[in-house]
Write a protein that binds this ligand. Structure first.
Ligand code: GUN
Length: 303
């Protein structure tokens, strides 16, 4: 957060730019040693939002010096074809990260596809091996959006230990891994969702509120404890005053006077997701180097 207390904006764009500088420097050092991390992005179908996300991911990868490989497949692609592509990418030594953009067309079993990605190349952190590893507090690849939110929170709040964090939403992509990361940071964590009783009262307990429900401006000022830090993951397109605009799950204008810090939409969490995809690609590269070294190390005798 800006040092001026009147400026409560948690600037995800600026923070993402700092993360990308770190990644670019590390990629540069690797390239000086003749290696280059590679990221394969797989898009099935023509979903408009997914096309924008994939384009931005590939652009960002190129900017930081990560080799990006884009695989665009028609919406009618059979599951077996997609699984064979993933098997090839798993074996490709130039590919260190594999991202299958979601949602997939309805005829494809999303779980089956995500489980086919090698856990060491799973830059989304969606494979059950990585989901389990996160729950156990092991160093594994963790989902990009929650990881980016944690960085914003660490910069905005400093020490997170003992804070009461309320996560609104229980998706596999954001809500559940977010709760696990906050728990790992020694927060007291409450996850609330559409079936929770008295959502506003539960949210008012939060020192840290993470909103990830996809409902435009659901959370008003009366849902927030004064002085709370708010991370708004929602990116909702609405029509207002005759124009289309993006808004979060939190009523930003109403919340601002009451909070200690809040992420704007756009320019908050969105840029952090892509920055952490790049960071995860570097981590995947490192994990694979480590695994290769372990394979090569001879077993102390007698084995
Ligand atoms: N679709 C929306 N968010 C995500 C994400 O974080 N990863 C992937 N693979 N697809 C998405």
């Amino acid at each position: 957060m800006n040092a001026l207390s009147s400026v409560k904006l948690i600037d995800g764009k600026a923070c993402a730019a700092r993360v990308l500088v770190e990644v670019r420097e590390q990629v540069h050092a690797l390239r000086e040693h003749g290696t280059q991390p590679g990221l394969a992005v797989v898009l099935v179908g023509t979903d408009a939002a997914s096309q924008v996300y994939v384009r931005n991911k590939v652009l960002r990868a190129n900017e930081v010096g990560i080799r990006s490989l884009e695989h665009r497949l028609p919406a009618a692609t059979r599951q077996t074809e997609l699984l064979s592509l993933i098997a090839r990418l798993n074996e490709d030594p130039q590919v260190h990260g594999i991202l299958v953009q979601l949602p997939l067309p309805a005829h494809i079993d999303e779980h089956r596809v995500l489980q086919a990605v090698s856990p060491l190349k799973d830059v989304d952190g969606f494979h059950s091996e990585n989901v389990g590893g996160l729950a156990q507090g092991r160093e594994v690849l963790t989902p990009c959006t929650p990881s980016g939110c944690m960085r914003l929170l660490r910069e905005a709040c400093g020490e997170l230990r003992g804070k009461h964090a309320v996560v609104v939403g229980r998706s596999n992509i954001v809500g559940k891994p977010m709760a696990a990361l906050l728990l790992q940071a020694d927060c007291t964590v409450t996850t609330v969702h559409s079936r929770s009783r008295d959502l506003p009262a539960l949210c008012r307990q939060a020192d840290i509120l993470v909103a990830a429900v996809g409902k435009p401006r659901l959370i008003g000022a009366d849902w927030l404890k004064p002085g709370a830090v708010v991370i708004d993951v929602g990116i909702n397109r609405i029509d207002e005053d005759g124009r289309s605009r993006l808004v979060g799950d939190v009523d930003f204008a109403a919340a601002l006077p009451q909070v200690a810090g809040i992420t704007p939409v756009p320019g908050g969490v969105g840029p952090m997701t892509i920055a952490y995809l790049m960071k995860n690609t570097l981590l995947a590269f490192a994990l694979q180097q480590q695994a290769t070294r372990q394979e090569r190390t001879p077993c102390p005798s007698p084995c």
